[in-house]
Design a protein around this ligand. Structure first.
Ligand code: FES
Length: 145
């Protein structure tokens, strides 16, 4: 994979979820079997582009797809413990959206935070919570397949 594939010359356009006409609810984005142990996949069938991965603890987590540092696709990164490590400069992002590790840096910038998405599995399907105003997930919310 070339650097050009990993990182765009300008920050890729992360679709604004606020522009979506989707109702609030849980959206099926994949089957559980699509995301094996320590794997990450890109999700495009959602109001914005996201990465979903399975950590060491077997749980799924989701973030905006493009790294907040310089825009590389986190789906090309590696799962490291329960976080996802960017393929370009190895910043590591936790499921809550906070950067939890930068190689060689003594301090993590306060602004190194990205948007996180709540992910669940149910009957072999993977769902991500969507709400236009970023309200917290409703465990009993409607599911869309
Ligand atoms: S682009 Fe992700 S760490 Fe630099």
């Amino acid at each position: 994979m070339t650097d050009q594939e990993l990182i765009a010359p300008e920050l890729p356009e992360q679709k604004d979820p606020a522009d979506s006409l989707n109702e609030s609810g849980w959206y099926k984005v994949a089957n559980s079997e699509d995301i094996g142990s320590l794997k990450a996949i890109q999700i495009d069938n959602f109001p914005t582009q996201i990465v979903v991965w399975r950590g060491e603890d077997a749980s799924l987590r989701g973030l905006d797809l493009y790294c907040k540092h310089m825009g590389a696709s986190l789906a090309c990164g590696e799962v490291n413990e329960n976080s996802i490590q960017c393929p370009f400069h190895a910043w590591r992002w936790a499921g809550d959206g906070k950067c939890d590790q930068i190689p060689y840096a003594k301090k993590i910038p306060v602004k190194a935070v990205t948007r996180s998405w709540e992910v669940i599995e149910d009957n072999g399907a993977v769902y991500v919570w969507f709400d236009k105003e970023q309200k917290s997930a409703d465990p009993k919310g409607q599911k869309f397949n």
